[in-house]
Design a protein around this ligand. Structure first.
Ligand code: GLY
Length: 570
């Protein structure tokens, strides 16, 4: 049976005939349950957010309007990652002129931040200081970012879009099993500060599935943002509350930090791969360049001889990833503070790096160093994908960093602040929460953006939209996005298979190949060990949100089956 949902009878008829043909030809041995959409599609990590985004599209809003509304709604219904107290990145395509751009609304280090702010007098890292509480917070960028996106491309009234989320916070929503489980898992973090406990564990009682969850302080904050735009957040009462919370808990963010925050439009990282144009996030996210390095390192290999879950493919992917992540540790940081080599994607450089890959032996990470690209003279994050039938495409990944960020809610304003400062290299060689290390390029400096792995990505072919994707997962974002692109382009998987596909991860250091537990045959694991990999199984990860478009613009949307996300369209 083929499920088709769209409005053109001709297409329905054609699709039905095609389905009938397939059923006859294949003797009913293969069943396609793909749902195609024609006018708009949305994939997010929370069903309420998906449904409300579809409503915006149906009301005549474009993909950008829906993306702005979704950003705020996720802050209400997906509080572990959806946010107004964090930051993120958007990669967008404007259907009107076909231009692909990216928007950087990453948090910045407060102006009072110093390189050694997480070290004690002996130069040792103070446990958890970059992860919990006011000291862990970067200056939030989400509200300014969503506003910049709306200002440039939105078609509906800002107030109307933000009020959608404010109303959900005000009237509440029904807690589902996913949120209830998350509140249980993060009980310790959510009771560290009274401002946070008051909302998530009021009177010591956390919400359970079926409860109505009200967030009245957050609603007030969102109504202020709806009425005043970014001023409703970066100045006035909400800003005063942020500063008061900082002062109470010894944080660094000041009124000046908030008033001076600015998002930045940037050109995307772009590569071509098998005739597809792949656009992703440039620095200060490492996502685009590292995904691109992995793909380009693997491009010359003969995939006709490889299978997605084979020892040889997993090995090659991990060796490419090992090389790329080594470069990440050395060369990447906020471009306003550190000049990354402009040659990290040069063919000659990557050819030389590729020669380091042994097709049948893992190279120990101690023997793999960051490359020296030629100097040219001169759980926790969330992603959503949206498109419409005007060729507008939006991929947004935004975050508080780890689940529920710093665990600190702004007193009286009802929203969580990020712990994004941990994404800086807080001491050279000391891993962050994702095990990533860094040095000079990503050291803490006032006003600097911390290096990210977020990789919202668009794929086009012959200038036509073909795919929108992204996922949470810290450093694993990069390998999930790279694997998904290869699974689609080289292994021709359907969107559903892309989301369900077992994942593996290698990031140079630690020198460990992670496999999703229970997903890989013992023979594959033994084969990888024989090739010299240290292998560890880990719990399932990622929350991939994919929209694919065929050459006629028909859309399919899929949400990662590992979580409760929802994909829909019309
Ligand atoms: N906070 C995770 C990242 O930006 O990579």
């Amino acid at each position: 049976m083929v499920t088709i949902k769209h409005s053109r009878p001709g297409v329905v008829l054609a699709a039905s005939l095609a389905a009938l043909f397939l059923l006859v030809v294949l003797g009913c041995s293969w069943i396609d349950v793909t749902t195609y959409y024609q006018q708009g599609a949305v994939a997010t990590g929370a069903p309420i957010a998906t449904d409300l985004a579809i409503e915006v599209l149906k009301k005549g809003g474009n993909a950008f309007d829906a993306a702005v509304a979704t950003g705020f709604v996720l802050a209400v219904v997906h509080p572990s990652a959806g946010n107004i107290g964090g930051g993120g990145f958007a990669v967008i395509r404007n259907g009107a002129d076909g231009r692909v751009r990216t928007l950087d609304f990453r948090e910045t280090a407060p102006l009072a931040a110093v390189e050694t702010m997480y070290l004690n007098d002996d130069g040792e890292v103070i446990d958890s200081l970059s992860l919990y509480g006011a000291r862990a917070c970067g200056v939030p960028g989400t509200v300014a970012g969503l506003h910049a996106l709306w200002q440039e491309y939105g078609s509906m009234k800002w107030e109307e879009l933000v009020k959608i989320a404010a109303n959900v916070a005000d009237t509440g929503f029904i807690v589902d099993d996913f949120l209830a489980a998350s509140l249980t898992e993060y009980h310790r973090e959510l009771t560290l500060y009274e401002e946070t406990a008051d909302i998530f564990v009021p009177n010591g009682q956390k919400s359970v599935a079926g409860d109505r969850f009200l967030q009245l302080d957050l609603a007030r904050t969102l109504y202020a943002i709806a009425a005043e735009g970014p001023d409703g957040f970066y100045s006035g009462e909400v800003a005063e509350k942020i500063v008061a919370t900082m002062q109470k808990y010894n944080g660094l963010i000041t009124a000046e930090d908030l008033a001076s925050y600015l998002p930045v439009w940037r050109e995307p990282t772009h590569i071509t791969f098998d005739g597809y144009d792949i656009y992703s996030m440039p620095l200060p996210s490492s996502g685009g360049v590292i995904v691109a390095q992995i793909l380009k390192l693997l491009e010359p290999y003969d995939f006709a001889r490889l299978f997605p879950e084979s020892v040889d493919y997993i090995h090659l992917f991990c060796e490419a990833s090992r090389l790329a992540f080594a470069d990440r540790s050395e060369h990447l940081g906020d471009p306003a503070f550190y000049a990354a080599p402009s040659t990290l994607l040069d063919a000659g450089y990557l050819d030389a790096r590729r020669k380091l890959i042994d097709p049948q032996h893992a190279t120990p990470s101690t023997r793999v160093k960051p490359g020296s690209p030629p100097i040219r003279e001169s759980e926790q994050t969330t992603h959503y994908s949206i498109c419409d039938d005007d060729g507008n495409m939006v991929a947004i990944t935004y975050t508080l960093n780890t689940g529920y960020g710093s665990s600190l809610v702004v007193g009286g304003a009802g929203f969580l602040l990020n712990n994004e400062m941990d994404d800086f290299s807080i001491k050279p060689g000391v891993p962050n929460v994702f095990g990533l290390i860094g040095g000079e390029a990503n050291k803490i400096e006032p006003g600097k953006r911390m290096l990210s792995s977020m990789s919202p990505t668009l794929v086009l072919k012959d200038d036509k939209p073909r795919m929108i994707l992204g996922t949470p997962g810290g450093s694993k974002i990069i390998t999930v996005v790279a694997q998904t692109l290869l699974n689609s382009i080289r292994f021709d998987m359907s969107a559903e298979a892309l989301c369900a596909q077992p994942r593996f991860h290698h990031q140079w250091l630690p020198d460990m190949l992670y496999l999703e537990e229970g997903q890989f045959d013992i023979n594959i694991i033994q084969g990888l060990i024989r090739y010299g990999h240290s292998v560890k199984e880990r719990k399932p990860y990622s929350d991939l949100q994919v929209i694919e478009l065929d050459e006629n613009g028909m859309m399919t949307a899929t949400s990662d089956p590992r979580n409760r996300g929802k994909a829909s369209g019309y």
